[in-house]
Design a protein around this ligand. Structure first.
Ligand SMILES: C[S@@+](CC[C@H](N)C(=O)[O-])C[C@H]1O[C@@H](n2cnc3c(N)ncnc32)[C@H](O)[C@@H]1O
Length: 288
């Protein structure tokens, strides 16, 4: 399972959904959608770094009404998997869906969405994306990957259109395990440093992202609502994946800490059946 493989995105999606359900109670997403809609036309939504579309699956039912989404990602494998993931999801949810080669139409109880997708490298092509059409620009689990200057450019671009912005599931650095292991802090520090490595957008913000985004948006005059959307993980497969992912990132970041990281992985794997992991995230809603 690689960093952004379809398998990893599918594994994390239920944890994201549970985390977002807690956060949605304090965010008036439906009110925001009502306010941003122009006339009776569908709400235009631009989803950055969409993966296989998890942000739409979580957000569309919260927004309500008619919606038209453009989903953007640079990974052709994720975009190729996207229609199939929506077919399976619609079936599981009992939703009506029509699938064309380049467009899907999903009908919920009090919402519907026309969905298109587009391949683009967001690190290089912001100017070519149709920001002018969007009333809501959104992303999930993206902000930790980007740099301050990229955020500046994004916000400046969106500000010109007066769209709302909603950034879900940005890590904020709070990580805790039960039971505690002596090496936890050292491994978390290496992992946090690894999160700040360049992911293609310049030096990554990592867990500074939500605070930085909030400060920049406040300076631009946006009205902000923040809400925690933390993962609470007790399920074995997800715990194993987190141990593997944190362990290999920590090793890559600090090869000289090899013995310490190995000891951490060994102890974590041995206690996985009675472990819990809490990972802090923040959802950020910005209204023009
Ligand atoms: C953590 S995943 C989140 C995916 C999705 N938003 C979700 O919540 O499941 C990060 C996403 O960013 C995308 N990504 C990373 N760098 C990118 C770039 N330069 N341009 C476009 N997408 C990028 C990856 O392909 C991946 O889909």
């Amino acid at each position: 399972m690689t960093a952004f493989s379809a398998d990893w995105l599918a594994l994390r999606e239920p944890f994201d959904l549970a985390a977002r359900a807690g956060s949605a109670a304090t965010l008036d997403l439906r009110g925001m959608a009502r306010r941003m809609r122009r006339d009776a036309r569908p709400l235009e939504v631009l989803d950055l770094a969409c993966g296989t579309g998890a942000n739409l699956r979580a957000l569309a039912p919260c927004l309500g009404g008619a919606q038209r989404w453009l989903l953007v990602d640079h990974d052709p494998r994720l975009l190729a998997a996207l229609p199939g993931v929506f077919v399976a999801w619609s079936r599981a949810q009992g939703l009506a869906m029509n699938a064309g080669a380049e467009c899907l139409r999903i009908d919920g109880t009090d919402w519907n969405a026309e969905v298109r997708w587009h391949r683009a490298d967001l690190a290089g092509t912001l100017e070519t994306l149709p920001f002018a059409d969007a009333q809501l620009v959104t992303a999930a689990a993206l902000l930790d990957l980007v740099s301050v200057s990229w955020l500046d450019a994004l916000f400046e671009r969106v500000r010109r259109t007066s769209a709302a912005m909603f950034f879900a599931l940005s890590v904020d650095g709070r990580v805790s395990w039960e039971p505690v292991v002596e090496e936890d802090d050292a491994v978390h520090q290496l992992f946090a440093a690894h999160q700040r490595r360049d992911k293609g957008f310049g030096p990554a913000l990592g867990c500074e992202a939500p605070a930085m985004a909030a400060a920049q948006l406040a300076a631009l005059g946006y009205g902000l609502t923040r809400s925690r959307s933390d993962w609470h993980i007790e399920e074995m497969t997800m715990l194993q994946a987190m141990i593997d992912g944190m362990g290999s990132a920590a090793l890559e970041q600090g090869p000289s800490a090899h013995a310490l990281v190995q000891a951490w992985c060994t102890q974590r794997r041995a206690s996985v059946a009675r472990s819990r992991l809490h990972v802090g995230h923040v959802d950020l809603l910005a209204l023009p």
